[in-house]
Design a protein around this ligand. Structure first.
Ligand code: PMP
Length: 426
């Protein structure tokens, strides 16, 4: 941080010159939200001038439990003060044991799931890379099927299965061994996408190389908050079983309670072969990513996919604390109550403006401006929201929609305030 004296001597009253001078052009969120942030608590952020903002972005989905929740913070402080190990190699540690035991007891066992856990590099993209690589290894096939509108990360393997043309172009290298199919819903909807996929899988002369895996988000987040129906997901699961294609659910953004349940696929009653989790699994916004794999799929040899950061101890501590919430009965009831409240307030906002479309479930929603001025109108609404004290990001084709992504623990007052600002902004 530039000291006030230095800042003024550089004619830099808001202390942002160093970012221009030193930080790569690639930076992005700071352009959408041009403040210098300082404190953060719950669903609120405060800039250096002390101005408060309601956070409907939640660290791009990494802060489902809000900023600096006290019960997690205390565990982190205790860990640090007692000089417990902090490094990130995949050494055994008490913090890792606590996390595995808690995840098994609180998340997997009650849902009848029997997964092993692979610790990946600390980002969502590294979980997706690991899942794709494992699927290829297990099946001996190279092609990966994915969906229009899908988003899986910025490394080359992830970009190959990500739909966004501009991001693909930035790779600067061929992105191959992937085949796209139309997602069930989206602005360019195909009446029967599952029928189309089935057709290509069934016809031995279709020209399609049967994929190792099919990767999908059950709720496409960056793609514009498009939801797959439970029937479609079950149909896809059956198709995968029929053709020995592994199903990878990328729950990086919509896992950890974002849709109202811990996993996004629970309500469809399907069990993916592989699940990618990151963002909020780290509990406190700390970097962490894991792949859940059915036991029989754990066909790695030791060290086949190794790395330096394979389990940040502080993230284990925070993750374990956060998972304790999921063991509390009243937590689920509270989530349902808050999600209903959010939905009601959003419905009220669009009810008064019939050209806006609303999509979503749980704690992820989009207000779509396609029929109401398009991307420019969405951008203007987002800017206006920020000016009035609300962080909200855009999503969808050409960023045509505002994405509502508050912490799932947001209190009623912050929710009311955020929705009031949103209403004015749209
Ligand atoms: N998958 C999904 C569904 C995502 O939303 C994202 C990030 N927006 C990623 C993967 C990549 O995660 P990361 O940015 O942490 O690499």
């Amino acid at each position: 941080m530039i000291s006030p004296v230095l800042a003024s001597s550089h004619n830099d009253p808001d202390g942002t010159a160093v970012f221009e001078r030193m930080e790569s052009n690639v930076r992005t969120y700071c352009r959408t939200f041009p403040a210098v942030f300082d404190r953060a608590k719950g669903a609120m952020l405060y800039d250096e001038a002390g101005r408060g903002y309601v956070d409907f972005f939640a660290g791009a989905g990494a802060l489902n439990y809000g900023h600096n929740p006290d019960f997690i913070k205390q565990r982190l402080i205790d860990h640090l003060l007692s000089d417990r190990m902090v490094q990130g190699l995949d050494l055994h540690s008490g913090a890792k044991r606590d996390f595995f035991e808690r995840f098994e007891a609180t998340i997997l066992e009650p849902r009848g799931l029997d997964y092993k856990i692979q610790l990946c590099g600390p980002t969502g993209a590294s979980a997706v890379e690991a899942a794709i690589k494992l699927a290829r290894r297990v099946t001996g096939r190279s092609n990966i099927a994915s969906f229009t509108g899908g988003w899986h990360g910025m490394s080359n393997g992830c970009l190959a299965v990500t739909g966004n043309r501009a991001h693909r172009a930035a790779a600067g290298a061929p992105l191959d061994s992937a085949t796209f199919f139309p997602f069930e819903d989206g602005p360019y909807r195909l009446a029967d996408s599952l029928g189309y996929i089935t057709h290509l899988f069934e016809d031995p002369n279709s020209g399609l190389d049967l994929p190792a895996a099919i990767i999908l988000e059950t709720v496409q987040a960056e793609g514009g908050v498009y939801l797959a129906s439970p029937e479609w997901l079950r149909g896809l699961r059956a198709l995968c079983d029929r053709f020995g294609v592994l199903m990878i659910v990328d729950d990086v953004q919509v896992g950890c309670g974002r849709t109202g349940s811990f996993f996004s696929f629970e309500s469809a009653g399907i069990v993916p072969d592989l699940v990618c989790l990151s963002k909020s699994i780290g509990g406190y916004g700390l970097p962490m990513a894991i792949v859940l794999m059915k036991r029989a799929l754990d066909q790695w040899e030791p060290g086949d996919h190794t790395g330096t950061f394979r389990g940040n101890q502080l993230a284990f501590v925070a993750a374990t604390a956060a998972l304790e919430l999921w063991g509390q009965q009243r937590f689920a009831a509270e989530l349902a109550r808050r999600a209903a409240k959010l939905e009601a307030q959003l419905r009220a906002i669009v009810a008064a403006r019939p050209k806006l479309a609303l999509r979503g479930r749980g704690f992820i929603w989009a207000i779509d401006f396609a029929e109401a001025g398009g991307p420019a109108a969405a951008a203007a609404a987002g800017r206006r929201a920020f000016e009035k004290g609300l962080l909200i990001e855009r999503c969808g084709r050409d960023d045509v929609a505002l994405k509502i992504l508050p912490p799932i623990t947001i209190d009623d007052e912050a929710l009311r305030l955020g929705c009031a600002i949103l209403s004015e902004a749209v």
